[in-house]
Ligand binder design. Sequence first.
Ligand SMILES: C[S@@+](CC[C@H](N)C(=O)[O-])C[C@H]1O[C@@H](n2cnc3c(N)ncnc32)[C@H](O)[C@@H]1O
Length: 337
Amino acid sequence: MSRAPLPTTLRGHERREAGRQYVDMKGAPLPNRVTVFERSTMKRLRNALARVLVKIPDSLFDKLLVFLPSSRRNAVMHKRARARFHWYVGEKVGGFMVETDPGPVGPDEIIMKTAVLNKAEAPRQLDPDIYFEKAYRQLLDWLQLLERHSFNLRTLGSVLELGCGSARLIRHFRCLQGVRLVGTDVIPESVAWCQQNIPGVEFYVNDLTPPLKFAADSCVDLVYAASVFTHIPMETRDLWIQEMYRILRPGGFLLCDVLGRYHQQRMLGKEDREQLRKQGHFTLTAKDPKASLSTQLIGSWDVFMTRAEVLKAFGSRFQVLDYIPSTLDLLVLQKPR
Ligand SMILES: C[S@@+](CC[C@H](N)C(=O)[O-])C[C@H]1O[C@@H](n2cnc3c(N)ncnc32)[C@H](O)[C@@H]1O
């Protein structure tokens, strides 16, 4: 289709919009100036909506959600989480922030292998709005938490995600200009998909046992492992803690989570919990029907530890800055300077 000549007074983004031929509801071409006006008005309205969404307190937002049709709720929650994340990052780093396309949702097979506790929750985890909403919310929570421990987003130079799955989280760090981003996982298909679909991040396959061959000593500012130490067997747990310590620079941060009381109550029987209490740890293998669906699908492990065991294991190398009980208990760790 031939395009109408561009008016010369338009700025860059308006030219790009005007370069497309928009049509009205009957299919007749619209003049470019009208298109530009409509598009920029829509953009302003969208920005205004995002600003309102960011400002509404959680308690009020939850109440307002009830008035939306259920089919729209996840999309609005996604929009709000995205707006809040970008607003926070923008406030912190100002001109170091760059607009990025979040990219595609991970394919169903990878999400099933990396995020699903049981069949009943599969449809929820596969919903694209939930996939993105959870990621933005999780990252915002983490950044706000790290900030309380003198972490500075403006001086962040490198981030590594151990067990990156479908790059659900690491992709969003691309909104920070000039930060080296690395994702690594033991599942080659996940890594291949990420390499093909998420530009701006280096992805590697790693072995079940360290080292991370591509990472030098003391080279990373921030490492995180979201729901990964929950699947690392006891035989290699301390090796991985030591590996995280090796690659972090002194003063660098490690965020990771473990299966705490919430999952112990949900997934383990009384006798299992008794053994956990006695040993300090308890493992469900992939063959165990109580194991999570993801663990069964990839032949992994669900590893439970007591609070004392967690503090002993991670505290042997790191300064434990915080240990927050939640659906997954979150550890905020720092490599001593
Ligand atoms: C529950 S999934 C979480 C994926 C991703 N972190 C997220 O939050 O979407 C756990 C991931 O850790 C990976 N994983 C397990 N053990 C690992 C190890 N030793 N090294 C690297 N990745 C590992 C699995 O392959 C899987 O992709």
